[in-house]
Design a protein around this ligand. Structure first.
Ligand code: DPP
Ligand code: ZN
Length: 853
């Protein structure tokens, strides 16, 4: 397969200002007629080339006349043209019911729907399927009226009618030129939860969330989130919605979380449907975040799109930053920041440290679907956040205004965005642009040396590690917020300052310090880097108790626990006293909100502990973490029990405060179970049975699923029977077991793969079992190698149905450099087995071969 390179970008040879689609829907045989008005871009003599995949043209006409001098080069339809403007018509037949890749037009639960990003449109019709060809779409859909009473496409509806044979049709027009990846169509038996939104300039927008009739009661939260997001984007970015209608459809089979098609977002149902009985607080938060994310794409993605797929982070990094800011404004900003950093560290740091590392603007790909990564999205968002920090809020807003104004209706690049930041911010971001080209997580070594006479010297050094294809790195611009605190009193000794570390090393002197200083650095996680700063347990404990930046406070606590756990893994045992006392202090601090306490007292994950070690020993990490969990549980048992009792709620409410109470209470439950497995299991089972909401039920189930009590089996059975008709909750049943810390998880997961409710055809289900298992460090790295074999088997099987989702499950197998030689060999052997599989997709081939390097 051919590699696509960023450097090889060429502007399109032909523009397509208008596209009319006439789609006669049928699951087995859908007829697509496409009429393209094409204009030669400049004085060249090249033919028109239209991308296609999986179909053949039944007919091709030019200016109304059938031609036969067209040809196929691979799957590309090549049409020789003489003039500078023509009308091209093609006709194809496709079979949505046989589309298991879920790219292009496919069937899901009786619906017909589309997913076109990145290159799915070519599976529907012949078109220049690249994001820099922007067309105005008019779409006519015809379908059986009984089976598909609702017919939706982008833009606004302009006409509809009935036909004689029980069929009907609808016509939609989207006045905004858009690339083909934003095309969407849905047909099915759907009901709408409707509302309206009045924009800042007074226009009425009709909102609708379309689902199966029986799911209507679960759409209220998503609809609220949509309205909040629309208002927020007006207030914070000055962005107003631009069509008369905004539709969202939920579908059960979906490769992504959701898709920002112009005026017709299509969502994975897990990011729409919620009620207290079936969705956790985390689900509610994710729904609001994803609804906002897709809505925000209307400007950052649709009105201004990407020139080519190497610029993906232009829309994704920026839009993730926007949705993170939105969610921070809706609840506790401190807790949101902690959660976002945890995701970055769990998903992106390992990617940046492994064989699949790539810059947020990659240089080449075999299959673009493989680049919808935590690096493009989450690190991309951190890069935008750093520019916002450097510019300050007013200049950042001026810069985004300039960006939207200048590039509205066009396909832009990451450099265009940074140019606007520079112009409006009056700053030089030349060196900062290295964030777009260099992969790898920068490391900062920080040392603070106290000197006599109230002086101290801070030494900072940066190092960007080598990554595949990038052996040597240049020094980057790292915006580090820092502040000094007094070691005796915990009082701030300085203001917070923003240091731009833009050279390999830097020294900063502090004078007039009244006490020995303690360093608080990378406050609010101002730069997505790893800070190494040898600080004594007592100093970390001091910061965890006194730092005025909540993120830094959390971070000090995490560092103290990490140091303790790394010592335990390295030496077989560690002194837990400092960690216990710091946690006690947090639990006893009445000024803290429960949500924050719930985060601060959480143990670092096994994988994050592993990331601190040269060679990961999953069993030793598990033991060290379990021992600290038990000691914290035992030493502070009265406090956990008090937290458990004090944070009980009468009934479910989705508010930041109620959410925080549930969070802390469930963290406390897990510590109680660590201290007292019998009593804890009984408490968990009582909560499991007595609660009125899924947050508490799933938390109790998780605690039980990690233990050995008899209540475990009972709870799993009750849960299964109660929710056996709800696919999204069954996903939780699978993933809770796949994430269990029990010894026998690997075997249980193999058995679950044969459960009648398990299927690889549904991406959510595949991710719930296989994806969850592969991040369960202890189970996946089972010394027998059975975890690796299982993952490889599933990837190979899924690749035949759905290459994109199969490829996204593969990366854990590439972490072989991080484990001992024996495990590494087993992992490599499985990767080699995958590569040797006949008929492998380029999606999986690319991921597996890169993972072996
Ligand atoms: N639908 C995916 C997202 O919104 C890809 N654009 O991030
Ligand atoms: Zn997105």
């Amino acid at each position: 397969p051919a590699v696509t390179r960023r450097e090889a970008y060429q502007p399109p040879d032909w523009h397509v200002p208008e596209l009319a689609l006439d789609i006669d829907l049928d699951p087995a045989e859908t007829r697509v007629r496409a009429t393209l008005s094409v204009i030669r871009a400049d004085a060249h003599d090249r033919p028109l080339r239209l991308d296609g995949a999986g179909q053949v043209p039944l007919s091709v006409t030019v200016d109304g006349v059938a031609i036969n001098d067209w040809r196929l080069e691979g799957e590309t339809l090549v049409v020789p043209l003489d003039g500078s403007a023509h009308t091209i018509e093609t006709e194809v037949v496709i079979a949505p019911e046989r589309n298991t890749q879920l790219m292009g037009l496919y069937a899901s639960g009786g619906l017909l729907c589309t997913q076109c990003e990145a290159e799915g449109f070519r599976r529907i019709t012949y078109f220049p399927d690249r994001p820099d060809v922007l067309a105005r779409y008019t779409v006519r859909i015809t379908a059986d009226k009984a089976r598909y009473p609702v017919l939706l496409a982008n833009g606004d509806p302009i006409a509809s009618g009935d036909l004689e044979d029980g069929r009907h049709w609808a016509e939609w027009h989207d006045p905004f030129p858009k690339p083909s990846y934003l095309f969407a169509l849905v047909a099915g038996d759907l009901a709408a939860n409707r509302a309206s939104f009045t924009t800042i300039s007074g226009r009425e927008v009709a909102l609708a969330i379309w689902v199966r009739e029986r799911d209507l009661p679960k759409t209220g939260h998503a609809l609220d989130a949509l309205q909040a997001a629309m208002a927020w984007d007006e207030a914070v970015y000055g962005r107003e919605y631009d069509l008369g209608m905004f539709n969202i459809v939920a579908v059960d089979d979906f490769n992504f979380g959701a898709m920002e098609n112009k005026g017709l977002n299509i969502f994975n149902s897990r990011y729409i449907l919620a009620d207290p009985d079936t969705a956790t607080d985390q689900d509610y938060d994710a729904i609001a975040g994803v609804v906002a994310h897709e809505y925000f794409h209307n400007w950052s993605g649709d009105r201004v799109t990407c020139r080519d797929w190497f610029q993906l982070s232009l829309k994704e990094g920026f839009t993730v930053y926007r949705d993170q800011s939105f969610s921070a404004d809706q609840g506790s900003a401190a807790v949101k920041r902690i959660e976002d950093v945890r995701v970055l560290r769990a998903a992106q740091f390992p990617e940046d440290a492994g064989p699949l590392a790539h810059p947020i603007r990659p240089d080449s790909y075999l299959e673009i679907a493989n680049f919808y990564t935590a690096t493009i999205y989450n690190k991309g968002a951190e890069v935008i956040r750093m520019m916002a920090t450097i510019l300050g809020p007013e200049a950042f807003r001026a810069a985004t205004d300039l960006y939207f104004d200048r590039f509205d209706g066009t396909a832009a690049t990451c450099d265009d965005f940074v140019d606007c930041m520079e112009e409006a911010g009056g700053v030089d971001l030349t060196q900062f642009r290295l964030w777009y080209s260099q992969a790898g997580t920068p490391r900062v070594v920080a040392g603070l040396a106290g000197q006599p006479g109230g002086r101290a010297m801070l030494t900072l050094a940066q190092h960007v590690p080598a990554t595949p294809g990038q052996p040597a790195k240049q020094a980057m611009v790292l915006p580090l917020k820092l502040r000094l605190f007094g070691a005796d009193t915990g009082r701030p000794l300085t203001d917070e300052r923003l240091v731009l570390l833009d050279s390999p090393t830097k020294e900063i002197a502090f004078d007039g310090l009244a006490e020995r200083p303690v360093l608080s650095i990378n406050r609010s996680f101002s730069a997505p880097v790893i800070v190494e700063s040898a600080r004594a347990a007592a100093d970390l404990a001091l910061l965890s108790a006194h730092d005025d930046d909540p993120f830094a406070r959390y971070e000090a606590m995490q560092q103290l626990m990490l140091d303790t756990l790394v010592a335990a893994v390295t030496h077989g045992r560690a002194d837990h006293a400092a960690a216990v006392e710091a946690v006690r202090h947090i639990l006893e601090d009445a000024t803290l909100e429960p949500a924050f306490i719930g985060e601060a007292v959480l143990l670092p994950s096994e994988s994050f502990i592993g990331d601190q070690l040269a060679v990961v020993d999953p069993e030793a990490i598990f033991r060290a973490r379990a021992a600290l969990r038990r000691d914290l549980g035992i030493a502070l048992e009265p406090l956990w029990r008090a937290a458990y009792a004090d944070n009980a709620a009468g009934h479910y409410e989705y508010t930041p405060a109620a959410k925080g109470c549930r969070r802390l209470r469930n963290v406390a439950l897990d510590y109680i179970a660590a201290a007292d497995p019998q009593g804890g299991a009984a408490l968990a089972f009582a909560q499991f049975e007595g609660t009125d909401n899924m947050t508490d039920r799933q938390a109790a189930l998780t605690t039980l699923a990690g233990g050995t009590s008899d209540a475990r089996i009972a709870a799993l059975d009750i849960f299964y029977n109660r929710y056996s008709d709800n696919a999204l909750v069954l996903d939780k049943w699978f993933s809770t077991q796949a994430l269990s810390t029990r010894d026998d998880t690997a075997q249980m997961v193999e058995e679950l793969a044969h459960h009648p409710d398990f299927t690889l055809a549904n991406p959510n289900r595949a991710r719930a079992l296989v994806g969850a298992f592969a991040v369960n460090q202890r189970a996946f790295h089972h010394p027998s190698g059975r975890g690796y074999r299982f993952l490889a088997d599933q990837v190979i099987a899924l690749d035949k149905l759905n290459p994109q989702t199969a490829a996204r499950l593969l990366p854990p197998l590439g972490r072989w450099r991080r484990v001992d030689e024996h495990r590494a060999q087993s992992m490599r052997a499985e990767l080699e087995r995958i590569v040797a599989t006949p008929g492998l997709s380029k999606d999986v081939l690319e991921q597996a071969t890169r993972s072996l390097d």
